[in-house]
Design a protein around this ligand. Structure first.
Ligand SMILES: [Zn+2]
Length: 155
């Protein structure tokens, strides 16, 4: 897994993309794991990416349960807007790769290029979610790497 992801992130960096991870971690508020655990996993991800000359530049996570109705849980856009403000990101020149329809919905609200990356086993579920939310990604790929390559090919 990390070979493909690392290669993709490394290529994106070469194309001068900043890599930001925006993640829903409702398990924090539900008490399944702590915010420290989430941070530890993020650090570990970057350790695993390092040999591939890749890194995630910033992580933004929502710790809230869905029923709270917070503005930071995707498809809410608060964390994207925070990242935009903190890093000076042009969202219209940015892309989102996600494996859920809520990722695509968040990206479309912000005018980003959207890419859905789902393996064949999750395709039916993804299709149903997309239909429910009434969103369509511009790019569909079966792997994260495939989605990133398609984004980069658009120049
Ligand atoms: Zn939240």
């Amino acid at each position: 897994m990390f070979r493909g992801v690392g290669e993709a992130l490394s290529l994106a960096h070469d194309h001068r993309f900043l890599i930001v991870c925006v993640t829903n971690q409702s398990g924090v508020e539900r008490g399944f794991y702590s915010a420290d655990d989430v941070e530890r996993i993020h650090r570990r991800l970057n350790e695993l990416l390092h040999p591939h000359r890749a890194a995630i530049d910033a992580f933004y996570s929502c710790p809230h349960a869905p029923e709270r109705g917070c503005a930071c849980r995707k498809p809410g856009t608060l964390l994207f807007e925070r990242a935009r403000d903190e890093w000076g990101i042009d969202l219209a020149a940015s892309a989102i790769v996600g494996d859920r329809a809520l990722d695509i919905e968040a990206g479309q609200k912000l005018g980003m290029l959207t890419a859905l990356a789902v393996g064949p086993h999750h395709w039916d579920e993804a299709e149903r979610e997309l239909a429910e939310r009434g969103v369509r990604p511009e790019i569909v790929a079966s792997t994260f790497r495939g989605a990133v390559l398609r984004i980069l090919a658009r120049g």
